[in-house]
Design a binder for this molecule. Structure first.
Ligand code: URA
Length: 213
């Protein structure tokens, strides 16, 4: 098993399930479901985002695709050799990942882009935990933002107090895999220059090194 997706019918989080029910009416052409992982066989790198954007991944059905954050993420993946083909903001643009997977700690679009703690916990216990066990070649978990970092640490049974989030932090899990974290490549973080393109690319350079070691 190399991939653990939520079924399209998943209704484990009532608030998110109702929100999607509404969006199926107002945006009938959108994907409007738990967005499946985008992955190549046997990924070494797992990029872990927060949750689908309303008019991006929730529309296209592929993580970060059509989202502002996707422009920077997909260019980093291409530059550092984790993809082939060209990203064109559509799930059918022909882009393929190489030794990489993209997932989200919350698989359904949340109201105001903000999942609540119960939703993060449910999605982790239902899918994220199993997925981290299902990838034998995995070397690097690249967490985008604190929520992704914290949920991934929890999924691995690691203490948050001794493994704090920071841009560029690296920790090792029991299997010797690296949890590498970055500020999220969101519009807010890039507009405010909390995260520059160079800072983000440096994280991918490190991810490349770790994957090739
Ligand atoms: N789109 C995603 O799929 N995930 C994010 O974290 C942000 C945008």
């Amino acid at each position: 098993m190399s991939n653990v997706n939520a079924p399209y019918e998943c209704r484990k989080c009532p608030r998110l399930a109702h929100f999607l029910d509404e969006k199926r009416v107002s945006f009938p052409t959108y994907f409007n479901g738990p967005v499946p992982n985008f992955y190549s066989p046997d990924p070494k790198l797992m990029v872990i985002g927060l949750a689908p954007g309303m008019h991006g991944a929730n529309q296209t059905g592929r993580p970060f695709t059509g989202d502002w954050a996707g422009d920077l993420l997909y260019s980093a993946l291409e530059i550092y050799g984790f993809s082939t083909g060209s990203y064109d903001k559509r799930a059918d643009d022909g882009l393929e990942l190489k030794n990489a997977m993209i997932t989200n700690v919350v698989r359904c679009v949340p109201p105001q882009n903000k999942p609540i703690a119960a939703e993060i916990n449910t999605c982790r216990d239902s899918y994220h935990v199993n997925q981290l066990k299902a990838l034998p070649k995995l070397k690097v978990m690249l967490c985008l933002g604190k929520i992704s970092h914290d949920s991934t640490l929890r999924a691995l049974g690691m203490r948050l107090a001794s493994h704090k989030f920071g841009h560029g932090t690296e920790y090792e899990d029991d299997l010797g895999r690296t949890i590498l974290s970055s500020y999220h490549c969101s519009r807010y973080n890039t507009n405010t220059k909390r995260l520059t393109e160079r800072m983000f690319f440096d994280i991918f350079e490190r991810a490349r090194e770790l994957c090739d070691a």
